[in-house]
Design a protein around this ligand. Structure first.
Ligand SMILES: O=C[C@H](O)[C@H](O)[C@H](O)COP(=O)(O)O
Length: 227
C-alpha cells in the first residue's frame, strides 16, 4: 500500500507548474506528495510555488521539506489542491476526515481551480459509508445533542477518542469529532447539506461534487478517474 501511495504522489507532481499556489492536503498519501514537491522546489526544478496547508500536519511537513507556505487569507486563488481520501465512490464523491482535518480541507479544496485526489485502490467503494464512518466536526458543547439528533438519519455517532491524549480528539480548530455510521447513504450531496444544517455542526466529511480528478494507485499501475 505504501508503494501505491508513493506512486500516486509522484504522479501528482506532473500537475504542478511554476508560479502555482497549491493546497496541501493532510494524511499519509499527501505526506509523500509534500515530500516530493519539496524536493523539486529545493532542486529548483519548480519556481515560485507556494503551499496553502490544510492542517498543522501539512504545515509542519511543508516547512520540513522546503515548501514555502502561505495562509488562505494571503492568496487570491488556489490553482490546485492535492489531497487523499478515505473513500471514493463511482461519481467521485468522497469521505474524508480520518485525520480530523476535514474542515480546512474542504474550505481549501472547494476553492481550488482543480482538486486532485490521491488514493490507493483500497479506497474505492460502490457506495459511500461502506467501509468508514462519516466524520463530523462539532462545537464541543454540542457533541451529545448532535450525536442524538443524527439518529434521525438512521445513523449512530460516536465521539472520537484520542490515542495519545486522554479524552476526545480536539481538531486544529479546537472542536470535537463525531464518527457517524449511516445505515445507507443514497444521496451524498443531500446528506452533506443536511448534516451541515444542524446547529453546532462545523463541517462534515462528505465531499460531494468537489473532486475533479482522482488518481488511483493499483497493482496494475495508476488509473485516472475524472468527472
Ligand atoms: O483528515 C484527514 C484527511 O481527510 C485525509 O486526507 C484522509 O483521511 C486520507 O488520508 P490517508 O492518505 O492517510 O489515507
Amino acid at each position: 500500500m505504501e508503494e501505491l501511495k508513493r506512486s500516486v504522489a509522484k504522479e501528482a507532481l506532473k500537475f504542478i507548474e511554476d508560479d502555482m499556489i497549491v493546497g496541501l492536503g493532510t494524511g499519509s498519501t499527501t505526506a509523500y506528495f509534500i515530500e516530493y514537491l519539496g524536493k523539486l522546489i529545493m532542486e529548483e526544478e519548480l519556481e515560485d510555488v507556494y503551499g496553502v496547508p490544510t492542517s498543522y500536519q501539512a504545515r509542519l511537513l511543508a516547512l520540513e521539506n522546503g515548501v514555502p507556505v502561505v495562509g488562505l487569507d494571503e492568496v487570491d486563488a488556489i490553482d490546485i489542491a492535492v489531497d487523499g481520501a478515505d473513500e471514493v465512490d463511482p461519481h467521485l464523491n468522497l469521505i474524508k476526515g480520518r485525520g480530523a482535518a476535514l474542515t480546512m480541507e474542504k474550505i481549501i479544496e472547494y476553492r481550488a481551480g482543480t482538486f486532485l485526489v490521491l488514493v490507493d485502490e483500497s479506497k474505492l467503494v460502490e457506495r459511500l459509508g461502506q467501509k468508514v464512518p462519516v466524520p463530523i466536526e462539532v462545537i464541543p458543547a454540542a457533541w451529545r445533542a448532535i450525536a442524538e439528533e443524527i439518529e434521525v438519519f438512521n445513523a449512530t455517532a460516536e465521539l472520537r477518542i484520542a490515542s495519545k491524549k486522554d479524552g476526545p480528539v480536539v481538531t486544529d480548530n479546537g472542536n470535537f469529532i463525531l464518527d457517524a455510521r449511516f445505515h445507507r447513504i443514497d444521496d451524498p450531496l443531500d446528506l452533506e447539506i443536511e448534516l451541515n444544517n444542524i446547529p453546532g455542526v462545523v463541517e462534515n466529511g462528505i465531499f460531494a461534487d468537489i473532486a475533479d480528478i482522482v488518481l488511483v494507485g493499483t497493482r496494475e499501475g495508476i488509473k485516472r478517474l475524472e468527472r
